[in-house]
Design a protein around this ligand. Structure first.
Ligand code: SF4
Ligand code: SF4
Length: 105
């Protein structure tokens, strides 16, 4: 299957875009919300297969957004779990929410 990237084109409110940038592979869908990502880099640090990188696109704070190298993403959900701003949403094809994305509290 061809990998897909859908860029956020939604309305801007207070300098924030609320529609997700979406990437897709055969395992699932990876979404980042430009209106929430503060560019802290925690998701880059914690991805077990090191497939998150900085994007050229800027988030609402003027810091770089993140993007996955989607071909290598195993859709584990860890980036969603560790993001302090709930800026990443992972959808696992066929098995619903990935185990690591289930809140622990
Ligand atoms: S879902 Fe897992 S493999 Fe994919 S980018 Fe997030 S942490 Fe990395
Ligand atoms: S952990 Fe969240 S806020 Fe930090 S860079 Fe990743 S997506 Fe952005």
């Amino acid at each position: 299957m061809k990998d897909v990237e859908k860029k956020s084109e939604g309305p801007v409110e207070d300098g924030r875009r609320w529609e997700a940038n979406t990437f897709e592979n055969e395992k699932g869908r990876w979404n980042v919300y430009p209106g929430l990502c503060k560019g802290c880099g925690l998701c880059i640090e914690k991805c077990p297969v090191r497939v998150i990188e900085w994007s050229k696109e800027l988030g609402f704070m003027g810091t770089p957004l993140v993007r996955p190298i989607i071909e290598g993403c195993i859709v584990c959900g860890i980036c969603q779990t560790v993001c302090p701003d709930a800026a990443i949403h992972i959808e696992h094809k066929g098995r619903g929410v990935p185990p690591a994305a289930v809140p622990v509290h």
